[in-house]
Design a protein around this ligand. Sequence first.
Ligand code: S3P
Length: 179
Amino acid sequence: MIDRVVLVGFMCAGKTTVGYRLADRLGWDFLDFDRAIEEREGRRIAQIFREEGEAGFRGLEASLTEEVQDQQQVVLAPGGGWVTQSELVDRLRSRSLFVWLRVQPETVYARQRVQTAVERPLLGVEHPLEAIRKILADRVGLYQQADAVVDTDGRDPDDVVAEIVELLNRSGARKGVGS
Ligand code: S3P
């Protein structure tokens, strides 16, 4: 029985926007990992990277995953690099529909330029498009392990939500889906 959705995908794929709207549509809870980590740490993600490095941040993602692994009727949106810790993916595998929100590197580049409120440490480099291409190439095999893929380039987030609801209906998810 599926009673949660895990949205995986690269930075700027739309995980937060889609996740929030999807949860609203389903009447499920929504958990954005980065926001939850920032709230409990009282620090922005960029500050955590500066003070503790990427490894420190990945440790916080791991603790949060352990805490939420038994939650039901929830849409989870971990950060784009969460999939690199495969043991975390395994923890959430049961009862979940994993959806890869796929996005092209050029779209990531364009979106991160306008989303100035979110500082993404891995893209704060001299040649961000090259960094995007490289990191995405390194991770694509991990995102591909999701149960389904949904493209997000040039699409209205509500269309993406509708496609995921359809996927859930087909997978026989628990109660009230799409109603
Ligand atoms: C990261 C993605 C970010 C955030 C951190 C690292 C990554 O989340 O967790 O900056 O490694 O891809 P978003 O995918 O929400 O941007």
